[in-house]
Design a protein around this ligand. Sequence first.
Ligand code: ZN
Length: 182
Amino acid sequence: MSFDRTIRHCRQCGHQVEKRIPDDGDTRMRDICPSCDTVHYTNPLNVVGTVPVLNELVLLCKRNIEPRKGKWTLPAGFMELGESTSQGAARETREESGAEFEMLDLFTVMSVPRVGQVHLYYRAQLLHDRFDPGHETQEAQLFSEADIPWDELAFRTVKETLEHFFADRAAGQFKVHAFDID
Ligand code: ZN
């Protein structure tokens, strides 16, 4: 989930933008239009998802799209305008797994400054074990802790979230975990 969000043409007038530090006391390089002076800011994106659970089992989805096609992930994706973090996490879970579930509490908040993203995962309670994955998912499958394909996980944030999930479950209490990933 990493990509270059630099723009080449002004979203206001279409002129080619240039990269420079603005004259207003800003200290960062920005995409600036030399024609209409619009400064195009690029800010971090939120990735929102869930840890869907049924009894002792956790639902993972095998990715059918790049990046990391064929690797396993928790259902997650980019938050859309007009939705809350939990609404986005629920939408991504429905789209990628076709599962029916109840949203539970926020579980992990991970800043990933290297790629300009913040990942937020909620716990979710699955209502049954019938799934209907969308085109982004090859396969949706329940795993016990012992069967988690640790070496085949798509993203570090998924691995970290699962590790915290099993540790908290063993301890008998789920907390919110907020931390940074290099
Ligand atoms: Zn312009």
